[in-house]
Write a protein that binds this ligand. Structure first.
Ligand code: NDP
Length: 284
């Protein structure tokens, strides 16, 4: 196998597979023999957004058991920071104040997980194991033993209306782009705290800011943005009720993901079905 890390100018007719986070528009004409576009990340929206990608190209994504655990650590960090009021404890520590904070009952606090897939399922089980009430929201209906799953757009108001924390772990697709907007925030339980660790395009940033400023939401932890790195001019950086993290909630381990890519190259050559292929119609 010949491996290149940069495409040559013009047409690269010897390239049959790419392993990347993002494919720019217009790339297809330069890669006429492309058969596999493998995402180095769990989401392949950066590949599917290349509008001229031929339907014949297989698109795969990174799957890794450790990814769900890292994501669960990130979500638990954000939920407990707010639920146990870590900012107040840190302020009290800085000023040498011994003031005991009330301890809230986690069973009366509902964490809603939008997207119960590779990462969301581990997040849901982990958060439930800490005593929180968990509800999930998916595209297709199914039963889970530890928490209730709502599915389909029509169940969204009922799902959102009970969330004290709303965790977004959806893929960015035509159906989810801009889903969390002004009208959705109006149906969320008042004072809900939003955690977006999925993709920036799912949450309308101006609507999130407005919902926090008019106190429909109590705040947000945001790991992903329309534009990354988040520009210094973004009001998210200076907002007292928002915590920005730099798209670092979770990351697939290199070794299993490279192994999957190499195995898929082998399968491509023998005609066997590939692993972790995306449904191009659904976008995930
Ligand atoms: P999966 O594809 O494994 O799971 C997606 C989930 O979303 C599924 O439960 C699916 O429902 C649900 N879903 C998809 N479309 C819809 C819809 N239209 N309506 C309702 N539910 C829908 O995703 P991952 O868990 O691997 O990743 C989740 C997100 O997290 C992605 O956006 C990914 O890019 C991002 N990510 C971010 C990281 C970071 O560091 N910030 C790291 C890793 C991932 P169903 O079960 O019915 O199919």
């Amino acid at each position: 196998m010949k491996i290149v890390t940069e495409l040559a100018p013009g047409v690269n007719d010897d390239v049959t597979a790419v392993f990347t986070f993002k494919l720019p528009n217009g790339i297809a004409a330069r890669l006429p023999n492309l058969r596999l576009a493998a995402s180095v990340g769990a989401g392949a929206d950066g590949i599917l957004s290349a509008s001229d990608l031929p339907a014949s190209v297989h698109v795969t994504r990174a799957c890794d058991d450790g990814l769900g655990l890292s994501m669960a650590q990130y979500v638990v960090l954000q939920v407990l920071r707010v639920f146990r009021d870590l900012p107040t404890l840190e302020r009290q520590h800085a000023s040498g104040e011994w003031i005991r904070l009330p301890i809230r009952d986690a069973t009366k606090c509902t964490v809603g997980i939008m997207g119960v897939g590779q990462t969301g399922s581990v997040v849901a089980r982990t958060v439930a194991s800490l005593g929180f009430r968990v509800v999930g929201w998916t595209r297709t209906a199914r039963d889970e033993s530890d928490f209730k799953i709502y599915s389909g757009r029509e169940t969204l108001p009922e799902f959102l209306g009970q969330c004290d924390f709303l965790v977004c772990l959806l893929p960015l697709t035509d159906s989810t782009r801009g889903l969390l907007n002004r009208s959705m925030f109006a149906t969320v339980r008042k004072g809900c705290y939003v955690i977006n660790a999925a993709r920036g395009g799912i949450v309308v940033e101006d609507d999130l800011l407005a919902a926090i400023d008019n106190e429909e939401l109590s705040g947000a932890a945001v790991d992903v943005f329309d534009q990354e790195p988040l520009p210094q001019s973004s009001p998210f950086w200076r907002h007292p009720k928002i915590l920005v993290t730099p798209h670092s909630a979770a990351q697939p381990a290199v070794e299993p993901v490279v192994d999957q890519f190499i195995e898929n190259m082998r399968r491509l050559s023998t005609g066997e079905p590939l692993m972790h292929v995306l449904n191009r119609d659904l976008g995930y």
